[in-house]
Ligand binder design. Structure first.
Ligand code: AR6
Length: 179
């Protein structure tokens, strides 16, 4: 159930917590203390070491603002690291949501570059509980990843991980549209 689009940009259908990559990206909230959706699944699968490091980051810098990103261990996950980013809550699209979502991708990719992470897997940040329309979000995700890869060595590979069939179709279209 996977489709390869280019050596450096890939699409996989499945559970992001099962991905053997250098880092998976978490659709977190600004508290960094966990929640539902991907966030809950990552903390469950990765164990308490992730939350412990999130607490240390909170103590240092008071959480993570919308559009920003922080990095922790992956705990027991196959991925060595988790990059936590906070997507915008969808509020009609005129409250800066597109720019904030683009920042999530760029800031996550910047952390991957700084840590020389070979491969990073993203879920559809913001497209679950936070309500960002999936098609518009996929277009931003693909645009930001392509722009980053065109001008940076790290990460070498970006993987979009989609859960549902509908998301798979949406990403396939977004990737085809930018070829
Ligand atoms: N693997 C890959 N994708 C998944 C998985 C999985 N295991 N589980 C869900 N998705 P969401 P958000 C998809 O709600 O909208 C949390 O409570 C899902 O279908 O996890 O950014 C946080 O603590 C959807 O397309 O993230 C925040 O409070 C996408 O991942 C809030 O939710 C993201 O859905 C963040 O909401």
């Amino acid at each position: 159930m996977s489709a390869s689009t280019s050596p450096r940009l890939q699409l996989v259908q499945g559970d992001i917590t099962r991905q053997s990559v250098a880092a998976i990206v978490n659709a977190a909230n600004s508290s960094l203390l966990g929640g539902g959706g991907v966030d809950g699944a990552i903390h469950r699968a990765g164990g308490p070491a992730i939350l412990e490091e999130c607490r240390q980051i909170r103590a240092r810098q008071g959480g993570c603002q919308t559009g920003e990103a922080v990095i922790t261990t992956g705990g027991r996950l196959p991925a060595a690291h988790v990059i936590h980013t906070v997507g915008p809550v969808w509020n009609g699209g005129h409250k800066g949501e597109p720019e904030l979502l683009a920042s999530c991708y760029r800031n996550s990719l910047r952390l991957a570059q700084e840590n020389q992470l070979a491969s990073v897997a993203f879920p559809g940040i913001g497209t679950g509980i936070y309500g960002y329309p999936k098609k518009e979000a996929a277009a931003i995700a693909v645009r930001e990843a392509r722009q980053w890869l065109a001008s940076h060595e790290w990460p070498q590979t970006v993987v979009f991980v989609v859960f549902e069939d509908e998301s798979q179709r949406i990403y396939e279209a977004a990737l085809a549209g930018h070829e």
